[in-house]
Design a protein around this ligand. Structure first.
Ligand code: E4P
Length: 217
């Protein structure tokens, strides 16, 4: 399973990219707003850091306007993926952008039926939001499993991005289920990195080495 980072913070994107762990980025209007910077400038900077798909979301609610918004975004870089909301107008825009050879990511997917529709409309990626399902007392991971099963059974090539990730278990469970991608916030990537036994192990190796070398002097 590939890892994307879910943020619009270029410092975090650079940090994750330098570790070699990510191969794509997802943003959304909330994440862009949090940075308080020009949308297109941020997206351009991201494409200069990461050599992989970078999702940029439209905010219009009518298909023609979504396409109008998408075209200048797609022109920023060949790796731009247009993120569209899961709704009738979003699917219409998905069909039109797909016909133009522009990659799409249908977002805010909360059911397998929605994922199937997005795939049929030509989506390059679908983003089921598992954390937000967990938040309302449902089992978000069941949705990932269902979509993976359907796409495998039907030979659907649309890639599944496990989104709204809240913890490392979300990532490893999605990987176990055969999900294509997880888009992970920086704090969760850092949680994945850490294990107390690794830190203890490094300390002990260093102490043992110091003891050995000091005896040799
Ligand atoms: C996905 O592409 C979204 O940007 C993101 O995962 C939303 O996550 P949230 O539920 O933490 O806002």
């Amino acid at each position: 399973m590939k890892l994307f980072i879910d943020t619009a913070n270029v410092d975090d994107i650079r940090r994750a990219n330098d570790m070699g762990i990510i191969c794509g980025v997802t943003t959304n209007p909330s994440l862009i707003a949090k940075e308080g910077r020009d949308f297109k400038q941020v997206v351009k900077e991201i494409t200069e850091i990461v050599d992989g798909p970078v999702s940029a979301e439209v905010i219009s609610l009518e298909a023609d306007k979504m396409v109008e918004e998408a075209l200048p975004l797609a022109a920023i870089h060949k790796n731009i993926v247009i993120k569209l909301p899961m709704c009738e107008e979003g699917l219409k825009a998905c069909k039109q952008l797909t016909a133009k050879g522009i990659k799409t990511n249908v977002t805010l997917v909360f059911s397998a039926a929605q994922a199937l529709l997005a795939a049929r409309a030509g989506a390059t990626f679908v983003s089921p939001f598992l954390g937000r399902l967990d938040d309302i007392g449902m089992e978000g991971m069941n949705l990932i499993e269902e979509i993976v099963d359907i796409f495998n059974a039907q030979g659907i090539e649309t890639e599944i991005i496990a989104a709204s990730i809240r913890n490392p278990m979300h990532v490893t469970q999605a990987a176990r289920l055969g999900c294509d991608i997880a888009t992970v916030p920086m704090n969760v990537l850092l949680q994945m990195l850490k294990h107390p036994l690794t830190d203890n192990g490094i300390d002990r190796f260093l102490k043992d080495w110091e003891g050995f070398t000091s005896k040799q002097k």
